[in-house]
Design a protein around this ligand. Structure first.
Ligand SMILES: C[S@@+](CC[C@H](N)C(=O)[O-])C[C@H]1O[C@@H](n2cnc3c(N)ncnc32)[C@H](O)[C@@H]1O
Length: 360
């Protein structure tokens, strides 16, 4: 049987499963779900053997909100011997296919973290074993990451059980299990800073940072206090108008790059049309935020928007779909062409991050 394995935040397996099932059905591919509850792992077992690879070829990972990473299975759950694990894996893989990288993966849980130590140790001889039989290639990588070709995934459910599979480098996350490990900058006033840092990394290709995330730009931060997001804009050399009734960190105000206005983010309108980035982390009803964001973009108050939509306790996938649809409808009513992507990022909790911009 072929399955697609998806990684998500533990506790969001239902949403991740509902989403892949729905988007596969749009492509007339069907299957059933096996959720590893609170482990952040979803198996989508496809009825048709050929549909694993076909779906991965058709559906971009960046179109999935709740999945951080995914792969198509090559094997069922394999039981490994106590010794000669490398030989066992090499034998199962055979020599028909080649891969450009190997990812050792586990659940994103405490047990998974303990298991990842074992995986790191095993990775060295496994890589050597796979290279010896030319199943793993020596192709050049950029910053240690394969940019094209296939990636071999080994998901360890325990020290004895592994599921093997592959993904396409151009349609999978560069990060192991889709998790970027970002360093918290000591000068940032709140941990939220990592959310915007990850969002820029995720949504804006690095080779476009010079045009789209650069020094001298004007930005507005709605719901800015104490300043974790503003910090990310300031460190990139931007001038920021920070809107929040709460206080901003002194260290940010001292940079001279921040103007703080104590007012309601729903009422603020920029004086000039020279704002490039709008970022918004207000804890507010997602429907209200969605409406506000589409208004800013349609009115030309900003060029790009990065914002959070808070998730409800129940029916999270349905609600998010509705909120995003309301933005798409607003754009379509004005015949505006747009780019809109949403992701439940690693540093997000009960919210998703959305990036939107109009394109000419
Ligand atoms: C999660 S915090 C923002 C954290 C901030 N992004 C950071 O990195 O430090 C949410 C903020 O939204 C603000 N907020 C909520 N509703 C607002 C509104 N209508 N107008 C302005 N600020 C609002 C709150 O005062 C709070 O400071």
């Amino acid at each position: 049987m072929t399955s697609i394995v998806l990684y998500c935040r533990p506790g969001f397996e239902k949403e991740c499963g509902a989403e892949i099932q729905e988007k596969a059905a749009w492509n007339e591919m069907y299957g059933y779900l096996e959720l590893k509850k609170n482990q952040g792992i979803v198996f989508f077992h496809l009825h048709d053997e050929s549909h694993g690879e076909a779906l991965m070829g058709k559906l971009p990972l960046r179109r999935l909100i709740f999945a951080r990473q995914w792969f198509v299975t090559l094997t069922d759950n394999i039981t490994l011997p106590d010794y000669n694990r490398v030989e066992a894996i090499v034998e199962v893989l055979g020599s028909e296919w080649q891969y450009d990288d190997l990812r050792m993966e586990t659940a994103d849980t405490n047990d998974g973290k303990a298991l990842s130590k074992f995986c790191r140790k095993l990775a060295v001889p496994l890589r050597q074993g796979l290279r010896k039989v030319k199943v793993l290639t020596d192709k050049k990588k950029v910053e240690g990451i394969a940019q094209e070709g296939s990636i071999l995934h080994a998901l360890f459910l325990s020290g004895q059980e592994v599921v093997l599979g592959f993904s396409l480098a151009q349609n999978s996350s560069n990060h192991v299990m889709g998790i970027p490990r970002l360093k918290f900058p000591n000068q940032a006033p709140s941990r939220s800073t990592l959310k915007l840092d990850e969002a820029f990394l995720h949504f804006i290709p690095k080779n476009e940072w010079e045009q789209r995330l650069t020094s001298g730009m004007n930005a507005v931060d709605l719901g800015s206090a104490p300043g974790g997001w503003t910090y990310q804009l300031v460190r990139r050399g931007m001038m920021v108008t920070a809107i929040d009734n709460g206080p901003m960190a002194e260290s940010l105000m001292e940079t001279g790059q921040v103007k703080h206005k104590m007012m309601d983010g729903f009422k603020y309108v920029p004086m000039k049309q020279n704002v490039y980035w709008l970022v918004c982390d207000m804890i507010e009803k997602p429907q209200r935020v969605a409406k506000l964001m589409s208004e800013w973009l349609l009115n030309g108050y900003c060029k790009e928007a990065m914002f959070n939509l808070k998730l409800p306790m129940k029916g999270r996938y349905q609600q998010v779909t509705k909120d995003l649809q309301s933005i798409k409808d607003a754009f379509s009513e004005q015949n505006a062409r747009y780019e809109l992507y949403a992701k439940h990022l690693y540093y997000d909790r009960e919210e998703i991050t959305v990036h939107a911009r109009l394109i000419s």
